[in-house]
Design a protein around this ligand. Structure first.
Ligand code: ADP
Ligand code: MG
Length: 271
């Protein structure tokens, strides 16, 4: 059994539930839209914000979609995945992303990052947005670096937005006494909720329509099983829906019924 055979069996133009969707083709469920609106506000206000959500809830997708809406000539987006920060430190990454050669000593490096950020604004007329993904993994030293960075920049005139993305534990971590100074500067917090059952159905239909199937392909009970097992989380729903298509194909069924959905759930549980 190959992807090609499954694609052909269901008449898809490409295999649905892939992860590389263009921002304009994303599904606009409530949580996604709310996250987008808040991130846009954060950028406009040059504020510090924390977006939390379960693994696969759509945090990175929402942040990327919000960045795609920004006028590119007027914004500099510095997206830091956690491994990147781990290797060189937040300041060195920011300096490198703004085209500088990171200085060796911490004090010099901090000043250098501040200068480059200020120049980005003053000389290029760009707003800077720093996004730190997987922020729940930041260690105490990295959080302290962020605090220093925001202190140095936020008190001056330099516009600079900071968005921390992370799993729900990030909120509690920031509330710990040692990070209170950073936590107090956070003006925007949003916990990205999972999709409702209705949203999961429309999410699945949306992905199918993008691949050329606008008619009913998943039965209602299959959708409700997938919603429950995937807890309304987009990544889990994608995986279950894809697996359910495979099961339906193996059953030689024209639609994804409850049986195929159950098989998918059992298989995903076994992984
Ligand atoms: N609004 C959306 N529309 C379509 N697909 C989405 C949407 N949000 C999330 N996804 C899908 O779910 C997957 C997980 O989202 P992601 O942002 O990586 O989760 P997180 O960063 O919270 O772990 C993405 O790869 C994408 O395929
Ligand atoms: Mg992510």
């Amino acid at each position: 059994m190959s992807i090609e055979q499954i694609r052909f069996h269901f008449g898809f133009s490409k295999m649905p539930f892939g992860k590389d969707l263009a921002p304009s083709t994303l599904h606009r469920h409530h949580g996604h839209q709310e996250a987008l609106a808040r991130i846009s506000f954060l950028v406009a206000e040059q504020a510090i914000g924390v977006l939390t959500g379960e693994v696969g809830s759509g945090k990175t997708v929402a942040a990327r979609a919000a960045m795609a809406q920004l006028e590119p000539s007027r914004h500099s987006v510095i997206y830091l995945s956690n491994p990147a920060i781990g290797a060189r430190g937040i300041y060195a990454e920011i300096v490198a992303r703004l085209g500088g050669e990171p200085r060796f000593f911490k004090s010099a490096l901090i000043a250098q990052a501040g200068d480059l950020l200020a120049k980005e604004v003053a000389e290029r007329g760009r707003r800077v947005v720093v996004i730190v993904d997987e922020s729940h993994l930041l260690d105490a030293g990295q959080l302290e670096e962020l605090r220093l960075l925001t202190n140095a920049e936020m008190d001056s005139a330099s516009p600079f937005a900071l968005l921390l993305l992370g799993q729900p534990s990030l909120r509690a971590r920031l509330r710990l006494g040692s990070f209170a100074a950073l936590d107090q500067r956070v003006t925007l917090r949003y916990a990205l909720p999972p999709m409702s059952a209705k949203e999961t159905s429309s999410y699945v239909s949306h992905h199918l329509a993008l691949c050329g199937r606008s008619d009913t392909l998943f039965s209602d009970d299959a959708l409700s099983s997938i919603h429950q097992a995937g807890r309304g989380l987009p990544r889990a729903v994608n995986n279950l829906a894809r697996q359910a298509l495979v099961a339906a194909y193996a059953n030689r069924s024209a639609i994804v019924d409850e049986k195929a959905a159950r098989q998918a759930i059992t298989e995903m549980d076994a992984e």
